[in-house]
Design a protein around this ligand. Structure first.
Ligand SMILES: [Zn+2]
Ligand SMILES: [Zn+2]
Length: 394
């Protein structure tokens, strides 16, 4: 499978660079979706449905006489100005494929090629559904990102298992990371307002000052991770926005804070919401008050033990024993978690690092990958789907 995938390497590089040069933001992936649909039509023998979950595309290979496995790739870019110098850099100012979703899309198109060949050659029964998902990085006015939108449009109907990969720019090509259990974090956003009277900067004693309350509130907030959570329980609270005031001689009546909460377990997710209330309530001891709003976002990503095992075995069969580091996981969010709630599923991390000494972190202007990962990723996805349909794994 890997040899055959390597024969498609140039084609996958061409597709990845084409998508990379024409990045589109979440739910605006119309050019990318058209490229995907056209490529699937060219491969042939694939039923193609467009406009799924707004700008998503679904391709289906095979028939109903067997089980159904879905493979998901996301297609959206980020609002970042690309700082790379490659000849395929973004031609859409202020937009950039800085998370590798261009590579995910190219690899799933590569897997479509590989699967079509094998379906015909081996007379397989069952279906592979190719999910080209919009908007992993953002959500619409109703709070829904691409995965739940596609699920609403039937993308996961009758699916027995679902798999996906995500490139990892921090790990070298030839390595992977997959295992069972929690792999990505639940992502909640909080907005807190510390409220007081405000007043004249020359007469602070005449009222109450929310900037004075900010520090004890922040101390209490940052103490949640250190002093209130179980030491073995993953959880992160980060403040990303602090805003307040309009002039140097006016004590503001309000200070605004906004931040992100990352958790694995539902218990700690609820505990942090409760502890945040207490942290903001510290303002009351200083004569102020507070309002706190928490928006629940993506759920934590749970890899099914069995499906993760299939991916891990396929990866080690292709790359050699020891290629998988099952302990590598983090507190990033992934809306693939919704698909894993709809069917047993797993995501595998794919080593894609250039390892050239430049910080090529995801969501940074210098993000880039080693395109040597493309045949490996497409081979892992296609081989796992094939083994599933052949009943070699279940
Ligand atoms: Zn991302
Ligand atoms: Zn991503």
């Amino acid at each position: 499978m890997l040899d055959r995938a390597r024969a498609l390497h140039d084609e996958m590089i061409r597709l990845r660079r084409d998508i990379h040069a024409h990045p589109e933001l979440s739910f605006q992936e119309t050019r990318t979706a058209a490229l995907v649909a056209d490529t699937l039509q060219e491969i042939g023998g694939i039923r193609v449905r467009t406009g799924v979950g707004k700008t998503g595309v679904v391709g289906e290979i095979g028939d109903e006489g067997g089980p159904t496995i879905a493979i998901r790739a996301d297609m959206d870019a980020l609002p970042i100005i690309e700082a790379n110098a490659a000849d395929y850099i973004s031609t859409n100012p202020g937009k950039m494929h800085a998370c590798g979703h261009d590579a995910h899309t190219a690899m799933l198109l590569g897997a479509a090629h590989l699967l079509r060949e094998r379906f015909a050659a081996e007379g397989l029964r069952g279906r592979v559904r190719l999910l080209f998902q919009p908007s992993e990085e953002a959500w619409d006015a109703e709070g829904k990102s691409g995965a739940p939108r596609m699920i609403d449009d039937g993308a996961m109907k009758d699916v027995d298992a679902v798999i996906a990969l995500h490139v990892d720019s921090g790990s070298p090509v030839g390595t992977v990371s997959v295992g069972g259990g929690y792999r990505s974090a639940a992502v909640d956003t909080f907005r807190g307002f510390i409220t007081a009277t405000g007043g004249h900067g020359a007469y602070p004693h005449m009222g109450t000052d929310p900037t004075f309350m900010l520090i004890p509130v922040l101390t209490a907030l940052h103490g949640i991770r250190a002093r209130r959570l179980h030491p073995m329980e993953p959880g992160v609270i980060s403040v990303g926005i602090v805003r307040g005031g309009s002039a140097p001689n006016i004590i503001p009546a309000e200070v605004y804070l906004e931040g992100t909460i990352r958790t694995f377990g539902e218990d700690v997710r609820a505990q942090i919401a409760d502890e945040l209330e207490k942290a903001f309530a510290v303002a009351r001891a200083f004569g102020g008050d507070y309002r706190l709003e928490i928006d629940r976002g993506y759920p934590a990503g749970w890899n099914d033990e069995r499906v993760a095992g299939w991916l891990g075995r396929v990866a080690e069969d292709l790359l050699g024993a020891g290629a998988n580091d099952p302990d590598k996981k983090g507190m990033a969010g992934e809306d693939f978690a919704y698909m894993c709630q709809a069917a047993p599923g797993a995501m595998i991390g794919l080593g894609a690092g250039l390892m050239d000494g430049v910080n090529r972190g995801h969501h940074t202007p210098f993000f880039d990958i080693d395109e040597g990962c493309l045949p490996i990723g497409s081979a892992i996805l296609a081989e796992t789907a094939l083994r599933f349909l052949k009943g070699e794994v279940r």
